[in-house]
Design a protein around this ligand. Structure first.
Ligand code: DOR
Ligand code: ZN
Ligand code: ZN
Length: 422
């Protein structure tokens, strides 16, 4: 072995005292204690606290190329690393949008240069469907049913073709599900994009989806949306802001809390949290969508939608685990195991054969979130002062990438894929 980590680790759904042996970046063996022969020559790290699999965030907007004032690949992946996210799947609404091979290759080169965690790239499905020429190269395809930041909507009469294209592509499709005919621009943000837009969009997807499709409904904002997605055989994602914040945040924090789809009322939010805590969301994805404070200063009506979240997602949820509001098993499944499984990545589990992406946390160490200590270029958060448990150390494929809260010079790689996406 190259590395042996000895202490309590989250293995097969429980915290087990054990030794995790790492060889060539992958978890080779887990045992109560490894043999002397296995330990010979290895760096042995004994730790306190709990070792978790790194989170796989299937939904980030790292803004490069096109919007380097909001975020860059370097700052966005550093934020991820500090938040215990060891794999990011980047959204294609950059400039130029990732709709063809040229844009895809350009972004991949940038990630290869600058990423500090492992990564995959989504491609954007335009009405002309030309992105599907990329085949299985993208980690997934993204379709915006309703218009959002830097993207127009999608014509309903092309939706069936888009979904069959996705099912033939061999990769999952992620859908921003707000039905364009229910969107009413000109109203205040919450009323302009009501819950019915979500329900209508999922119903439209269910009607048109072919049998065999791997479809992830992005950022569900309602418990009913989760249920509807499940019944249609889709996976359903929730984002931290929709489960933790309600539309009161829009009054308190103004445009910073403006997101698509919008934050909902307190009752709807509480029901979504309850469903999430019961394990009813397939995945947890940050929808990290930073904008500058100057852009947000334009006021709720004019400011662009989106808030940062990749660095605070796991820490906020670990504080909820500590407060006994969320079972750790539910969190690990939604933030690590299921997103990896869905996209066919050998990550998100502490088990033999999986990448040794590991996050050490001490749940007794609850801190308060401070924007000034976060790493996103945008420099702000809607979760100032919230309790959070940040990782102490992070290993990326067996290399220590974060030690004592400091990032080391470890580079990310394109996430390797095994088997078919499920
Ligand atoms: O709030 C949002 N921000 N929703 C989206 O769909 C896009 C995202 C962004 O890229 O800013
Ligand atoms: Zn979206
Ligand atoms: Zn998004």
């Amino acid at each position: 072995m190259d590395l042996v980590l000895a202490g309590r680790a989250w293995v097969r759904g429980q915290a087990l005292p054990c030794e995790v042996g790492v060889e060539e970046g992958r978890i080779a063996r887990i045992a109560k204690s490894l043999t002397d022969a296995e330990r010979a020559g290895a760096q042995v790290v004994r730790f306190r606290g709990l070792l978790l699999p790194g989170a796989v965030d299937a939904h980030v907007h790292l803004r490069e190329p096109g919007f380097p004032q909001k975020e860059t690949i370097r700052t966005g992946t550093l934020a991820a690393l500090h938040g215990g996210v060891t794999t990011v799947l980047d959204m294609p609404n950059t400039q130029p949008p990732v709709t063809d091979r040229l844009a895809f290759r350009d972004k991949a080169e940038r990630f290869a240069q600058d990423a500090r965690v492992d990564w995959g790239l989504h491609a954007l499905v335009d009405p002309d469907l030309r992105a599907f020429a990329l085949g299985t190269e993208p980690v997934g395809y993204k379709l915006y049913l309703g218009p959002s930041t830097h993207v127009g909507g999608f014509p309903m009469d092309r939706l069936a073709d888009a979904l069959s294209g996705a099912s033939l592509s061999g990769r999952p499709i992620v859908v921003h599900a707000e039905h364009p005919s229910v969107l009413r621009e000109g109203r205040d943000h919450g009323n302009a994009r009501p819950v019915q837009a979500e329900w209508g969009a999922i119903a439209a997807l269910a009607e048109r989806a072919p049998e065999r499709i791997t479809l992830l409904v992005a950022h569900c904002t309602t418990a009913r949306g989760l249920k509807q997605a499940k019944e249609a055989g889709f996976a359903a994602e929730v984002s931290p802001h929709h489960v933790l914040l309600d539309d009161g945040a829009l009054r308190d924090q103004g445009a910073r809390a403006k997101v698509n789809p919008p934050l909902r009322g307190p009752k709807e939010r509480a029901a979504l949290w309850a469903a999430f805590a019961k394990g009813q969301a397939t995945t947890l994805g940050s929808d990290h969508a930073p904008h500058t404070l100057e852009e947000k200063a334009a006021g709720v009506e004019k400011a662009p939608s989106g808030m940062p979240g990749v660095e605070t997602m796991l820490p906020l949820m670990l504080a909820k685990v500590k407060a006994r509001a969320l079972p750790l098993g539910v969190l690990v499944r939604a933030a690590c195991e299921r997103p990896a499984e869905l996209f066919g990545l050998p990550k998100g589990r502490i088990a033999p054969g999986y990448d040794a992406d590991l996050v050490l946390v001490e749940t007794s160490k609850v801190e308060r979130i401070r924007a000034a200590r976060l790493h996103s270029l945008c420099g702000w958060t809607c979760f100032e002062d919230w309790p959070a448990v940040f990782p102490q150390r992070v290993w990326l494929r067996g290399q220590e990438a974060l030690a004592d809260g400091e990032a080391r010079d470890v580079r990310g790689q394109p996430a390797r894929r095994t088997g078919k996406p499920s």
